[in-house]
Design a protein. Structure first.
Length: 242
């Protein structure tokens, strides 16, 4: 669980603050604020998903923490998400319970394979890096899997090291929060705009706009040109104002 290089005094102080704030988490709001704070310096992400229990059962229990609009536990499809979580967990086990990452291409494949059409599935299309690690609770006799999703092209070795160091505190923070209940019936295909006639791609663009991303950032996240994005925006505005 160590670092390749010794921590500087600045990093040691920052980690101490992160850990102290994590131990004070009691509500989902506290968890979200903590995950959007200094921890982003080491684990930059837009979405964190924590899953726990028996990963051979279905559905798997999980919670989603994200500042993105519409990306909430209650708005996800547990029946579609559980097979994906099982696959990610099985890979973690096969790798000797070591952290691993997925790039954009592989995450898109997983998305299509499991047919995630809920708001989480839409947001997953904009994530370019996924970092996965877990904890086996020997006393509680269950496993926990943590999935960090980032729009950055890649997460480097420092993110791996940070996750190794911070995982026990992330697990503790999640364990102090009452779990939310996911209801597949409340998982709209097009969050907030399902009646506006927008396509999945157009809803995805609107979600990134709501999240405060610039046009250039959205184009990079989606892997399209600025011209293509402008065409999408024209179609969206036309539909919204018809």
């Amino acid at each position: 669980m160590g670092f390749n290089l010794p921590l500087t005094a600045e990093h040691a102080e920052r980690y101490a603050r992160i850990i102290e704030e994590g131990t004070a988490v009691r509500r989902h709001y506290d968890l979200l604020i903590w995950l959007q704070g200094e921890i982003q310096h080491y684990l930059p992400h837009e979405i964190m998903l924590g899953a726990w229990g028996d990963f051979s059962s279905n559905p798997i229990r999980y919670d989603i923490a994200s500042a993105l609009l519409g990306i909430r536990t209650k708005c996800s499809d547990s029946n579609a998400l559980s097979p994906l979580l099982q696959g990610l967990f099985n890979r973690w086990v096969s790798l000797g319970q070591m952290p691993y990452t997925l790039g954009r291409g592989e995450s898109v494949f997983l998305l299509e394979e499991h047919g995630l059409q809920c708001s989480f599935g839409v947001a997953l299309r904009g994530m370019r890096s996924i970092l996965i690690h877990g904890v086996s609770d020997k006393r509680g006799q269950h496993d926990c899997l943590y999935i960090i999703l980032s729009s950055r092209t890649r997460l480097d070795t420092s993110a791996f090291n940070a996750l190794k160091l911070l995982l026990p505190y992330l697990d503790t923070a999640m364990g102090q929060v009452d779990p939310l209940i996911c209801d597949p019936r409340s998982a709209p295909t097009s969050p907030d705009m399902k009646d506006e006639g927008l396509s999945m791609s157009e809803v995805e663009i609107m979600n990134w706009i709501k999240a405060g991303k610039t046009n250039s950032e959205i184009a990079v996240i989606l892997g399209i040109s600025a011209v293509a994005l402008k065409n999408h925006l024209r179609n969206i505005f036309k539909k919204l104002h018809e």
